[in-house]
Design a protein around this ligand. Structure first.
Ligand code: 0GY
Length: 290
C-alpha cells in the first residue's frame, strides 16, 4: 500500500437543488480519523486524509440533511473509536454501524449500543478486507443486542454463494449499495432480478439505494442508475435507505459531487411520500427506534 494519503471527496460540493424533507437521514457515510486521535488499522487497504466529524456535519448541513448513520470504514478495522467519537459529537443526530471482532463480548456489544451503534457490518470485498469468516460472522450475528441488524457489503457475483449464510442470520439484513448490481443491464436485467429474488425471500431485508458513482460507469448524471433503481424503490418503499457514501472511500479518481448525488434522490424516489420513507421513516425504524 502506498503511504500517500488519499483525498476522495470534494472540498466544496455544489449546493443541491433538491431539498430533503425535515429530519432527513444520510444513512451511509463514514469518518476517517482524525488520524492523530484515531490511527488507521495496520491492515487498512487505503490510507485517507482526515475526514472527521466536523467535516461530516458541515456537509450534512450544506446538503440539507438532519442526521447521519456512520458506517465504520474498513481503514479503521475493528476499532470503532473514530465512529463512536463522531456519534458522540452529533448531539443525538447520529447513529452508527460497527465492524467487530467476531469474538466480541456481550459487555462490549452493550457498550457499543450505549455509544449509538445499532448494527454490525460484514464486508466481503476482497480488495477491502483480508478475511470474511462466515462461520464466525454467523455466530456473532445471532447474539446481537435487541433491535440491531447486520449490514452486508458484497458484489453481485457472490450473491448466490452468500444466500445460505444470509438465510441463517435471524436479524434484519441491510444490503450495501444493493449488492453492487450492473445497472447498465437496466431494471429487469439479471443482476436486479437476482437482487429482487433476495428481497422477496424474506420481509426483513433492506437495501441502500446508494452509490450511483460506484455503480454507473456512464457517469454523472448517472442515468442508468436512475433507470435501474427507481423501480426498486417504488416496489420496496419500506425497505430502502439513502446515503451519500461520503467521504467516498477509494473514489479518488472519480470523486462525485455530493450536491449532484442529492439531486439524484427525486429521480429514484419521485414523490414526497417515497422521499419521506427513504430518508426519514425507514432509517428512523432501523436506527432511532430507541
Ligand atoms: C463504501 C464502499 C467502499 C469502502 C468501504 O469500509 C470501506 O472501506 O465501505 C468501497 O471501497 O467500495 O461503502 O464506502
Amino acid at each position: 500500500m502506498s503511504s500517500d494519503r488519499i483525498v476522495s471527496w470534494l472540498d466544496s460540493p455544489s449546493k443541491p437543488r433538491f431539498i430533503p424533507p425535515a429530519g432527513a437521514v444520510d444513512a451511509h457515510c463514514h469518518v476517517f480519523g482524525p488520524q492523530a486521535d484515531f490511527p488507521f488499522s495496520a491492515t487498512a487497504k487505503y490510507l485517507p486524509e482526515d475526514a472527521g466529524p466536523e467535516m461530516l456535519f458541515g456537509l450534512r448541513d450544506r446538503l440539507g440533511f438532519s442526521r447521519n448513520v456512520i458506517v465504520q470504514a474498513s481503514c479503521h478495522g475493528t476499532d470503532n473509536a473514530a465512529t463512536l467519537n463522531a456519534i458522540a459529537h452529533a448531539e443525538g443526530h447520529a447513529r452508527g454501524v460497527a465492524v467487530v471482532d467476531p469474538a466480541i463480548s456481550e459487555g462490549e456489544l452493550e457498550a457499543l449500543h450505549h455509544g449509538g451503534i445499532r448494527g454490525i457490518r460484514f464486508n466481503f470485498l476482497k480488495r477491502l478486507v483480508d478475511e470474511a469468516p462466515k462461520d464466525k460472522f454467523l455466530e456473532v450475528a445471532n447474539r446481537l443486542p435487541a433491535g440491531w441488524h447486520v449490514v452486508i457489503y458484497f458484489e453481485t457475483d457472490i450473491l448466490a454463494e452468500l444466500r445460505p449464510f444470509m438465510d441463517a442470520i435471524r436479524v434484519p439484513l441491510v444490503i450495501d449499495h444493493m449488492g453492487r448490481p450492473d445497472v447498465s443491464q437496466g431494471p429487469d436485467g439479471p443482476d436486479m432480478r437476482a437482487f429482487r429474488a433476495l428481497l422477496d425471500s424474506r420481509e426483513d431485508i433492506w437495501f441502500k439505494a446508494t452509490c450511483p458513482d460506484r455503480l454507473d460507469a456512464s457517469g454523472d448524471p448517472w442515468d442508468a442508475f436512475a433507470a435501474a433503481v427507481a423501480p426498486l424503490v417504488a416496489d420496496y418503499p419500506d425497505r430502502c435507505l439513502w446515503g451519500t457514501d461520503w467521504p467516498h472511500p477509494n473514489m479518488q479518481d472519480a470523486i462525485p459531487d455530493d450536491g449532484h448525488l442529492v439531486d439524484m434522490i427525486p429521480r429514484i424516489a419521485p414523490t414526497a411520500d417515497l422521499q419521506q420513507r427513504l430518508m426519514v421513516s425507514n432509517p428512523e425504524r432501523l436506527y432511532w427506534a430507541d
